[in-house]
Design a protein around this ligand. Structure first.
Ligand code: SAM
Ligand code: DTB
Ligand code: SF4
Length: 341
């Protein structure tokens, strides 16, 4: 029988042998949501300060490299071919245009460039082209992220070999709500892609959307799923639904803004070292609400006037907000981890 000491560290981690594991049940996460707002905020800010400089926010810029005409039926998405949102579908963007956009993002101060394609999954012929994009963006000195839909193990390895730093693939909602939003891809499909990405050694970016009509318990269920991934994602985007006319969720009741802040705080408490990204929906938020999200532990944003197909605050406006709050973009000066500035 092998002793713990003779087992390689990597398999120890996988099997959790000898490592006490903190598991978050949906009930325990729901209890965090139930805390008085100020107590939850204090708890999240305390955890945040143990791991990050609270006055730094990481900036990622998004580019849609292939827009619209998607075969999936995600009920929130303007790019699905199942709904008429008036969006014009386009082909995969040429490499030089992608690199031009990446250069512009870098000049504006972004440190990560995220490329998104409206695909169920990439085809073989696409892999070479996206690999060239990864290499080109890396050569500009930016971190790379892609979101291309489902990946099998081989595709994940190809992206890793091209130098991809992060892959974004969201769980989107709790398992018991998911079926009301998407029918063409299962929750398990998503978990399988995430495990292929992890196995290939690419950092995982995985989060979800709130404001789709889910209950608080279901928001807790989503966070519990994310926090129980082993290990939990390096980056967790929390999107507030952008209700786009023509999609089935066009008339969804907007979420109470404080509930959005709570979701950010609960993500921070349950995943202390992850980058929590205040993602879609910022254009619809006022600046005081965004400041509360940063106080709740959000430390990353999408930066630039477009998300994939919808608008995002102008970069100049974000810079002004940062100035007013005394925030600086991550990477501007050395991070002070574990110490209040
Ligand atoms: N097609 C790929 C996929 O679904 O994996 C990648 C692109 S997809 C647009 C990336 C993510 O954007 C979705 O998983 C969803 O979380 C988010 N998203 C899409 N439409 C949104 C909307 N209207 N409001 C908020 N988030 C949205
Ligand atoms: C994520 O979680 N949010 C981003 C990114 N990953 C790819 C996308 C938000 C899209 C919002 C709707 C749109 O602009 O089309
Ligand atoms: Fe397609 Fe992604 Fe939109 Fe779903 S979220 S319809 S997979 S682009």
């Amino acid at each position: 029988m092998s002793t713990v000491a003779s087992i390689p560290l990597s398999s120890l981690r996988r099997a959790n042998v000898g490592v006490p594991e903190t598991r978050w049940t949906a009930t325990a996460v729901a209890e965090l949501f139930e805390l008085p707002f100020m107590d939850l905020l204090f708890r999240a800010q305390t955890v945040h300060r143990q791991h990050f400089n609270p006055n730094e926010v990481q900036l990622s810029t998004l580019l849609s490299i292939k827009t619209g005409g998607c075969a999936e039926d995600c009920g929130y998405c303007p790019q699905s071919s199942h709904f008429d949102t008036g969006l014009e579908a386009s082909k995969l963007m040429p490499l030089d245009e992608v690199l031009e956009a990446a250069q512009a993002a870098k000049a504006q101060g972004a440190t990560r460039f995220c490329m998104g394609a409206a695909w169920r999954s990439p085809k073989e012929r696409d892999m070479e082209r996206v690999s060239a994009m990864i290499q080109g963006v890396r050569d500009l000195g930016l971190e790379t992220c892609m979101t291309l839909g489902m990946l099998d193990g081989e595709q994940a390895q190809q992206l890793k070999d091209a130098g991809l730093d992060y892959y974004n693939h969201n769980l989107d909602s709790a398992p018991d709500f998911y079926g009301q939003i998407i029918s063409t891809r299962t929750y398990q499909n998503r978990l399988d892609t995430l495990s292929n990405v992890r196995e290939a050694g690419i950092n995982v970016c995985c989060g979800g959307i709130v404001g789709m009509g889910e209950s608080r318990e279901q928001r807790a269920g989503l966070i519990a799923q994310l926090a129980n991934l082993d290990p939990y994602p390096e980056s967790v985007p929390i999107n507030n639904l952008v209700a786009v006319p023509g999609t089935p969720l066009a008339d969804a009741e907007p979420l109470d803004p404080f509930e959005f802040v709570r979701t950010i705080a609960v993500a921070r408490v349950t995943m202390p070292t992850t980058m929590v990204r205040l993602s879609a929906g910022r254009e619809q938020m006022d600046e005081a609400l965004q400041a509360l999200c940063f106080a709740a532990g959000a430390n990353s944003i999408f930066y630039g006037d477009r998300l994939l197909t919808t608008s995002n605050p102008q970069a100049q406006r974000d810079r002004r907000l940062f100035e007013r709050l005394g925030l600086s973009p991550q990477g501007d000066r050395p991070a002070v981890v574990g110490e209040a500035a």
